[in-house]
Design a protein around this ligand. Structure first.
Ligand code: CTP
Ligand code: ZN
Length: 154
């Protein structure tokens, strides 16, 4: 089914990655997690709270000239469990996959426990196991249950 042009809010891209069906309102956090801020000259289009048949409302992120790997996008499942990753080449969708909930995320989140080894200036990557109800630091066992994205390393 093709959308009438009047419904297309964000233009199609020639090459790159479309992150579709992002939880409404989470697009800017998706960009933060992926470390995409436009400083490398990449063209990025974002649709926030656009109408969706399946989700009612959704966000869409389109990054041109960049093919994101499954690892890079799996961490998105923490905030956008329904997201679809579409790899685009020459305007065609050549690959479509869902984000997967990873078993753990390394080097993405900071531990809120100030006494944690990961906050001691040691060369230790943060490592959180993904639970049903949150994420847990492998070093000090602190569990983050809410606002996980507030703990993304910057
Ligand atoms: N898209 C794009 N540029 C292209 C091709 C597709 O920006 N050259 C976008 C579409 O706008 C859509 C997403 O990539 O947001 C997936 O495209 P497509 O598979 O054609 O759409 P649907 O069939 O609606 O996808 P789904 O079944 O995943 O909902
Ligand atoms: Zn910790």
């Amino acid at each position: 089914m093709t959308q009438p042009d009047t419904e297309l809010r964000v233009s199609k891209i020639e090459n790159g990655t479309v992150i579709d069906h992002v939880t409404a309102g989470e697009a800017l956090r998706v960009l933060a997690i992926l470390g995409i801020d436009g400083t490398e000259g990449e063209t990025v289009s974002v649709g926030i709270n656009v109408p969706s048949d399946r989700l009612g409302r959704k966000d869409v992120v389109k990054v041109e000239g960049m093919e994101l790997s499954q690892d890079e996008v799996d961490v998105l499942s923490l905030i956008a469990p329904d997201a679809t990753i579409n790899i685009i080449r020459e305007y065609e969708v050549i690959e479509k996959s869902r984000v997967d909930r990873p078993e753990s995320v390394v080097g993405v989140l900071t531990c809120p426990n100030t006494n944690c080894i990961t906050n001691a200036g040691e060369p230790v990557n943060t490592h959180f196991d993904v639970l049903d109800t949150g994420v847990q630091c492998r070093y000090c066992e602190t569990i983050i249950r809410e606002n996980i994205t507030d703990h993304i390393e910057t």
